[in-house]
Design a binder for this molecule. Structure first.
Ligand code: NDP
Ligand code: OXD
Length: 308
């Protein structure tokens, strides 16, 4: 019997319990899934970083912590967590992010706000074709790559930027510090899908925002610290940035007195770009436990040095 502890906000238990049990059965795993195993008897922890569990010291035989979240910045530095940590790569979450990003890119591209604002007059403005609108995706991981590929399918010339060198069909790939300038210099719409690490903090700052063509739009479903807030507000006020759609913030919920709420050229969404979906995520968790029990390498292991 494999003992699996579910450690997330209590309300998540109702939505995850049945899908996890079904996925374990489907994978041929005999699992005792509970909220309250004795820590010393737990083999795997299914984990959300906002759970009460923060001290892993008593989890002496735990073989891995399997996160339900893609972003692991809240847990990656936890010194009590000595066992492997895996982040979530879930087809349902990826599909949600692709839909959210595509929708917000098309809002900008087609000028949908202008159409809504001009319902009192016949004032035709024909949007350019997607092929005339360069788009850049910062981060070419599970989510960034899927979004970049969908945007390329829609016809946008897509540039992607990552830490390591990549080659992806239909995407112009840049990497590392020197690649950032090239990735930003023509981008009319920039999407941030980087993890929150010391190396990615303030990726968009006064200097990098200035590299963009005037009036560029920013879409951030990555993490708040990727953007230097004061620099973005200044760029919005000067017109260097035309509009920003922000889903994630340094402090969440975004405080009601934060200037983003009142800014006419900012759309705030409450960290809803993409959620882990219980049915598909449960299969990912089960597959990782199956691999662990078979002595094979776990998928999507976090590199503690890189922080993602
Ligand atoms: P991945 O780990 O799969 O991808 C991260 C990407 O960022 C990789 O391409 C990586 O490069 C790149 N990267 C990391 N550090 C740097 C750096 N210093 N310079 C350049 N590129 C860098 O993550 P996911 O795609 O799964 O998720 C991305 C983020 O999306 C999550 O970390 C999370 O913060 C956020 N998220 C937000 C959600 C929401 O609802 N708003 C939902 C889910 C996730 P390389 O490929 O070379 O490693
Ligand atoms: C995640 C998120 O990291 O929801 O999974 O932001």
């Amino acid at each position: 019997m494999i003992n699996v502890q579910f450690a997330a906000l209590p309300e998540r238990w109702a939505s995850y319990q049945a899908p996890l049990r079904a996925a374990f059965a489907e994978a041929g795993l005999e699992v005792d899934l509970r909220l309250d195993h004795a820590p010393g008897e737990v083999d795997y922890v299914v984990y959300a970083p906002n759970s009460e569990l923060q001290d892993f010291t008593p989890y002496t035989r735990c073989k891995a912590v399997l996160s339900l979240w893609a972003g692991v910045e809240k847990i990656v530095g936890n010194q009590t967590l000595k066992m492997p940590l895996c982040r979530m790569v879930d087809p349902g979450l990826t599909a949600g992010m692709v839909e959210w990003v595509s929708g917000h890119v098309l809002r900008y591209h087609l000028g949908i706000d202008r159409t809504i604002r001009t319902q009192d007059r016949w004032d035709p403005v024909v949007p350019p074709l997607a092929e005339e609108r360069p788009v850049t995706v910062l981060g070419l991981g599970a989510l960034g790559q899927a979004c970049a590929q969908m945007l390329a399918k829609l016809g946008f010339p897509v540039t992607g930027w990552s830490r390591s060198e990549k080659s992806i069909d239909g995407i112009t790939c840049r990497h590392g510090e020197p690649g950032l300038r090239a990735a930003l210099s023509a981008a009319e719409i920039v999407i941030l899908l980087l993890p929150d690490t010391p190396a990615t903090e303030n990726t968009l700052n006064r200097d990098t925002l200035a590299l963009l063509p005037r009036g560029a739009r920013i879409i951030n479903p990555g993490r708040g610290p990727l953007v230097e807030d004061d620099a973005l507000l200044a760029a919005l006020d000067s017109g260097q940035i035309g509009h920003a759609t922000l889903d994630v913030f340094r402090v969440e919920p975004l405080p009601l007195d934060h200037p983003y709420w009142a800014h006419p050229n900012v759309t705030v969404t409450p960290h809803i770009a993409a959620e882990t979906r219980a049915i598909t995520a449960a299969r990912v968790i089960a597959e990782n436990i199956r691999l662990g029990e078979a002595g094979q390498p776990l998928r999507h292991q976090v590199d503690r040095n890189l922080g993602y």
